[in-house]
Design a protein around this ligand. Structure first.
Ligand SMILES: [Zn+2]
Ligand SMILES: [Zn+2]
Length: 329
């Protein structure tokens, strides 16, 4: 099979021929149709996440069909379409996080496209217990960004409680998905982009943002909560200043540049600052049940598998409106 592999950080991915992997008893073999690109992939390539398996096939938003199943796989069927997310394995019963319904924090977790080979390839294997069935209303390309931008974005969104006025810092793949859910649930969204990104701000307004502007300005009214999707630490004090008393600021990314020091009074009055890490399977099931009801429509920029490096560069330079997706044919 063809695969784009990362051999070492700071190097472009390389197109290679590899044997098609064989599923173990708990795995399914999947023929990949599409795999969306995530900012986390950039953090791995750029050496900001420091423990990838190497060489590595990146990609944790995989849509494909099952071609073979291990002997212990007791759901799904051959030729069924499934999605594979970031959470690729948890211990289930050996760590206190799994035992307390917080498998996203499992001490022994393994992640697709990081500790496990992912979907920048023609085939992949995945533990069936972590794969999701996908609603047929979503074509392959449109389904792929739901699997991380959607799922982990949804976990961050859930942490904002019943906020009515919600700020999104960074308007990329996750934000363009979650704004649709927020609007469906009657919430107002205030979108913050890189300074001067007028196209991004217009994109947010088209998707129903009440207001869109630069991330270094205050919104026209105080917010109940904010989610920081961008990996920029200085957005933390900016978001704390934008939320009112009791407001919640959620950092949704896996990596962030250092957060500058800030005066205590912007955290005072019971403002809450927190991160989200990974996802639980329940997050995935809830979100994938909600998505067709909205219905969420993802804006997709397609690249052939062999142009994975171009897709990563486009994402890095902020040229992607919506989500970048690799098409594997
Ligand atoms: Zn565990
Ligand atoms: Zn991701």
């Amino acid at each position: 099979m063809r695969a784009m592999i990362l051999e070492a950080p700071h190097q472009p991915l390389r197109l290679v021929q590899l044997p098609v992997p064989k599923p173990n008893p708990e795995q399914v073999l999947i023929r990949v149709h599409a795999c969306a690109v995530c900012r986390t992939d950039l953090h791995i390539v750029d050496g900001e996440l420091t423990h990838p398996k190497l060489p590595l096939i990146l990609g944790h938003q995989i849509v494909g069909t099952i071609e073979a199943m291990g002997e212990r796989v007791d759901k799904f069927s051959v030729s069924q379409r499934v999605g594979v997310p970031w959470l690729g394995y948890t211990c289930g019963d050996r760590c206190r996080y799994c035992l307390s319904d917080r498998e996203n924090l499992c001490d022994y977790a393994e992640f697709t496209g990081y500790n496990l080979d992912g979907g920048f390839a023609e085939y992949t294997v995945a533990d069936y217990r972590f794969c999701f069935p996908l609603d047929p209303s979503f074509p392959d390309l449109q389904a792929a960004p739901l699997l991380c931008g959607g799922l982990i974005g949804y976990r961050a969104y859930r942490m904002t409680g019943d906020a009515e006025k919600l700020g999104f810092y960074g308007f990329g793949s996750s934000a363009h998905i979650l704004i649709q859910l927020a609007r469906y649930q009657g919430r107002q969204v205030f979108a913050f982009t890189r300074s001067g990104d007028l196209e991004g701000q217009e994109f947010a307004r088209q998707l129903g943002a009440t207001w869109a502007g630069d991330s270094d300005v205050l919104p026209p009214e105080p917010l109940d909560a904010a989610i920081i999707f961008a990996s920029v630490g200085k957005l933390v004090p900016a978001a704390l200043r934008a939320v009112s008393k009791g407001g919640v600021v959620v950092c949704a990314g896996i990596h962030m540049s250092d957060i500058p020091s800030f005066p205590y009074h912007i955290l005072w009055e019971e403002r809450v600052l927190r991160s989200v890490a990974n996802l639980t399977r329940r997050d995935g099931e809830e979100f994938l049940t909600l998505a067709p009801k909205v219905p969420i429509r993802t804006e997709v920029n397609a690249f052939p598998l062999t142009q994975a490096n171009e897709a990563l560069d486009a994402l890095r330079s902020g040229k992607i409106e919506g989500s970048a997706v690799l098409v594997v044919d």
